[in-house]
Ligand binder design. Structure first.
Ligand SMILES: [Zn+2]
Length: 173
């Protein structure tokens, strides 16, 4: 069973959905419930690292389509990043897609995606997932925080944590 976590974009505290272990930012109203980042347990660290570099993370998911053995790891952002996203150095197989919210053509959002290879059994899938996520973490670790933040600000993107610009949390993209 996949466990999903909520992460505070201000203090980066994470708790599982069933925990009800909110951080003080939420309790004191410094952020809104809608600002929380929603992440698969194995993607909590990736989410934190991306936020640290200045990216506005919405949710981090492992999507497994029933009856179709090619799952995907998807990082949904609250911003549209085609300009200023360091795609050139991304780990193999990762690419950036864009989403437009239905009913709001004026706003696009970026999604960082890796479609996994076809696999035969769960053990193989778990191995593939671990490798994919580890490659992503290594890539994010190597990004120059100040450089990325400066580039994002120049491109007109928000780098402030918890500044809600994107779709509401959990609203299907
Ligand atoms: Zn917090």
């Amino acid at each position: 069973m996949d466990v999903m976590f909520e992460i505070c974009p201000l203090c980066h505290h994470a708790w599982s959905e069933s925990d009800n272990d909110f951080c003080s930012c939420l309790r004191k109203g410094r952020i809104n419930d809608m600002d929380l980042v929603y992440a698969h347990e194995s993607l909590v660290n990736v989410a934190r690292k991306l936020m640290d570099k200045g990216f506005q993370v919405h949710s981090c998911k492992i999507e497994k389509a029933p009856g179709y053995s090619r799952p995907a790891v998807k990082i949904y952002f609250r911003e549209y990043y085609d300009a200023g996203f360091p795609v050139g150095n991304m780990p193999p197989d990762w690419h950036l897609e864009s989403r437009i919210l239905s009913g709001d053509d004026s706003r696009r959002y970026s999604v960082l995606v890796d479609y996994l290879q076809f696999y035969d059994d769960d053990e193989e899938l778990e191995h593939e997932l671990a490798l994919t996520i580890s490659n992503l973490e290594t890539w994010v670790d190597g990004l120059d925080k100040e450089g990325i933040r400066a580039m994002l600000i120049l491109a007109g993107k928000s780098v402030a944590p918890g500044k809600r610009r994107g779709p509401k949390r959990r609203q299907p993209l």
